[in-house]
Design a binder for this molecule. Structure first.
Ligand SMILES: [Zn+2]
Length: 135
């Protein structure tokens, strides 16, 4: 079963285009300097519309995670067990993602992770996932 791929909306297009050269980005507010995730029209901290795209380090820590032993969607049936996690990026935003590249039983909260670009979508975009980092 083919994977359901996230659509590209006008608001999120800069984010998706940056995945092609494997550059993680997020919006940042020009008024309060806060990072914003997910893409929005206005800053959730101060409501300013002065948002710009900035590069991210691509590193963070696992806030929490679930090991999926039954697929949450039939398209993931061949992937079990797989990990759905919340990752706190070093810039202060929390991203829902998959954690790959490790035995799920070896993962722990607060573990350092780094972005992994191995998941390519049908149109050449990449789906950023995370894997345990060495640091
Ligand atoms: Zn702001």
């Amino acid at each position: 079963m083919p994977r359901i791929e996230p659509p590209v909306t006008p608001l999120a297009e800069p984010y998706w285009e940056a995945t092609r050269p494997e550059e993680p980005v997020a919006q940042r507010c020009g008024s309060c300097d806060g990072f914003v995730w997910y893409p929005r029209e206005a800053c959730p901290h101060c409501l300013s519309a002065d948002l710009r795209w900035e590069p991210l380090a691509g590193t963070g820590t696992i806030y929490t995670f679930n090991v999926m032993r039954k697929p949450g969607n039939p398209m993931m049936g061949d992937e079990v067990p797989y990990v759905v996690g919340l990752v706190d990026l070093d810039e202060g935003i929390r991203m829902t993602t998959n954690i790959v590249g490790a035995d799920p039983s070896s993962l722990r909260c607060d573990q350092r992770v780094a972005v992994d670009w191995s998941e390519e979508l049908s149109d050449g975009r990449r789906l950023p996932v995370f894997r345990p980092a060495d640091d």
